[in-house]
Design a protein around this ligand. Structure first.
Ligand code: F3S
Length: 282
């Protein structure tokens, strides 16, 4: 069996940076907390827990902490979380991905300049929640054509449109085009991260070539689900797995070439395991 492994599979730059930082901090004597799981990967989060790194999920939990280091993960958080950490006199290690930080800066500046903020993305995603928290006025969020249609802005105020970093580029363009027809004064900043675009393009190319395609990633990882969606359109035999244990493949003899890619939160170790397993067992 031949395996085609995507070069862009696994940790992106921002996630690697954040995970490495937490592992470094775990070696110090300070008590470490991450605001939300550092990545969407149960194995890594479990491993860090054994090293004494705890996860806090809410502002209320943050309020209970008397001392220690709070790590902001690559998704970033709202401005009020930084303020609260400071108020409590805790140390903050900011591992927000620079590409996400760029969006915070744009939103903060443009909203302060009187623009309305429209975020193309999933309102329930922590990255989008964080971005919303940098706008001085309530930001609007839309992720599909119906939601864009429902949005009504103040016609006298310009609108600045940004995107969740992991959003699909074509879908972003499509939604911007629908919004343009409403006649508002808009400025569009494409804040989609290249890592996502590259991973999606490569996944699509590989899926179109192979007989079966394996996508590795966490169940809650939106970028992994998107990879699955894209690959399923190109290759009918596309599988979504979290770890090697989920891989119960019964591939027909006609399958000669298997493609593998993985979401941004998938450690290399798991990718290697799956790759070796497929090479050896089929
Ligand atoms: Fe950053 Fe892009 Fe990864 S925004 S966290 S490098 S997907």
């Amino acid at each position: 069996m031949e395996v085609l492994l995507a070069k862009s599979a696994g940790f992106c730059f921002g996630v690697k940076r954040a995970v490495d930082r937490v592992y470094e901090l775990a070696q110090t004597s300070a008590k470490i907390y991450t605001y939300g799981p550092i990545i969407h990967n149960e194995e890594v989060v479990g491993d860090l827990e054994k090293k004494g790194v705890s996860v806090i999920e809410t502002k209320e939990e943050l309020r209970q902490i008397k001392e220690g280091v709070i790590v902001i993960r690559s998704h970033g958080v709202a401005k009020e979380i930084y303020d609260q950490i400071e108020q409590q006199g805790l140390e903050c290690v900011d591992a927000t991905c620079p590409f996400v930080k760029r969006i915070h800066n744009i939103v903060e500046k443009e909203s302060a300049n009187g623009k309305q903020i429209l975020i193309i993305g999933n309102a329930g995603h922590p990255e989008v929640e964080g971005i919303m928290g940098w706008s001085s006025t309530p930001a609007m969020v839309a992720e599909c054509a119906e939601e864009i249609e429902q949005i009504h802005c103040n016609p006298d105020q310009p609108v600045c449109i940004v995107s969740q970093t992991t959003f699909n580029y074509n879908k972003f363009q499509e939604l911007v085009e629908i919004f343009e027809k409403k006649g508002y004064d808009i400025s569009v900043v494409n804040t989609i991260c290249n890592a996502t675009e590259e991973r999606q393009t490569e996944a699509k190319e590989i899926a179109a070539k192979v007989d079966a395609m394996i996508i590795i990633g966490g169940r809650h990882s939106s970028n992994t689900r998107k990879l699955y969606e894209i690959c399923s359109r190109e290759c009918a035999d596309t599988y979504f797995i979290q770890t090697l244990d989920d891989l119960h493949l019964d591939l027909p003899k006609s399958v000669r070439l298997v493609g593998i890619t993985a979401g941004a939160s998938t450690p290399n170790k798991i990718i290697e395991e799956v790759q070796n397993y497929v090479r050896i067992n089929f």
